[in-house]
Design a protein around this ligand. Sequence first.
Ligand SMILES: Nc1ncnc2c1ncn2[C@@H]1O[C@H](COP(=O)(O)OP(=O)(O)OP(=O)(O)O)[C@@H](O)[C@H]1O
Ligand SMILES: [Mg+2]
Length: 443
Amino acid sequence: MASQAEPRPPSAHDFAGVPGPELSAAQEIAWIEVIRKMEEVYSDLIQYEVELEEKNSALEEAQRFINSVLSAVSDILVVCDQQGRIQQVNLAFLTLTDLAEADLLGRPLAEVLAADIETLELCHWVEAGRGHDREVRFRSGGGGVSEMVALNCATRFDHHGLPAGIVLTGRPVGELRRAYEALKQAQQQLVQQEKMASLGRLIAGVAHELNNPISFIYGNTHALTKYRDRLSVYLEAIHRGVPEAERESLRRSLRIDALMDDLPALVGGTMEGAQRVADIVKSLKRLSFSETGAPEPFDLAEVVDKAVQWAARGRRAGPEAVLDMAGPLAVRGQPGQLHQVMVNLVENACDAVAGRSGARVVVSGRVSDGRVVVTVEDNGSGIAPEHLMTVFDPFFTTKPVGKGTGLGLWISYGIVRDHGGELEAGRSEALGGAKFTVTLPGV
Ligand SMILES: Nc1ncnc2c1ncn2[C@@H]1O[C@H](COP(=O)(O)OP(=O)(O)OP(=O)(O)O)[C@@H](O)[C@H]1O
Ligand SMILES: [Mg+2]
């Protein structure tokens, strides 16, 4: 516009040659006033024109920006008016359908959908303005149909906040599926790596834990072998019927009395070492998870009930155990493994309150937000804050030999995690001791 021949404002000269009667002074002043006004109007016009040009170029820039964004988006995008007529599509949609933009604009959306039944459903869906994913195919260029697309629908509102149409966005399902498969594979690899890493930690732990008792069993056996040799010499002399003085001298030189005093501790220590090895092996057997079948649905409340009875068996003065189950707790998985988890939590709680007067263990279960939550609380001395995570480490135990190996919580943690859940340790507000919370996906 600006490049065209520049118009110029009229001036008094323009009227100088106008033939007519001589102007009076008053008329001349009026003319000058008119011309001044015209000049003003003209300069306003020029100003408006400049502003208009600026606005126009900003608008064009905004349009270019929106177009570039729409073309860059890899999801398909279709905008329709309230009557379901296509108002705008993006490049991804044109590529998917192999149709020309000019053929699409103004056409009813229903005409570009592949199947009539889907069309009908989609129209209802669109009318309802619901945003759930829906899988559809579009008609494509050469009379064929497009890939299946997962579509999402949203209502578009005008600047008064009134519905002005709908916006459909979507992505070919094949692409989504490929991305999902890749993600699943990556996740499986991570899980596998994590399993190998924790197996490695366990083996290192087992080696360390077994090394200790085995080395003192070795040491003791070595000492016992020497004692046996000295005793053999002494007994052989007695059997030979050596005189008393010689026997007493042998008794002193072979330090038979000290040996006899040492024997109970040596044998006891060896027994203790063997017991520790046996405990560790027994605990490791728990790891073999005999159940590997397909996960099955079951009632966790029943499993908890049995586990409480199981854990309480064989305890002479067991704590008062309170079971508070809010109805059945439907979960899916391996009931035997979760039984093991519950037994361990209840046994730990019973151990924590053993010997206390008014000892209490409360096990409660409920469904919350679709998740099954079971808590085991006690009024024992609780867990120090710095140990809240360490208790899940393999071989962390504060129990004496023969009482615990420190594998219970580690194994339980793994089982709960394999069931898609979480096992957490904390403080029981209600009872003052420890609180363990198992959360599992409900079914
Ligand atoms: N309810 C609890 N109150 C206080 N401390 C606890 C409680 N439960 C577990 N702990 C602490 O966590 C440690 C580890 O528990 P975990 O069940 O892993 O092993 P453990 O009971 O010692 O031995 P195992 O279960 O192998 O026989 C326990 O030794 C104890 O110190
Ligand atoms: Mg335990």
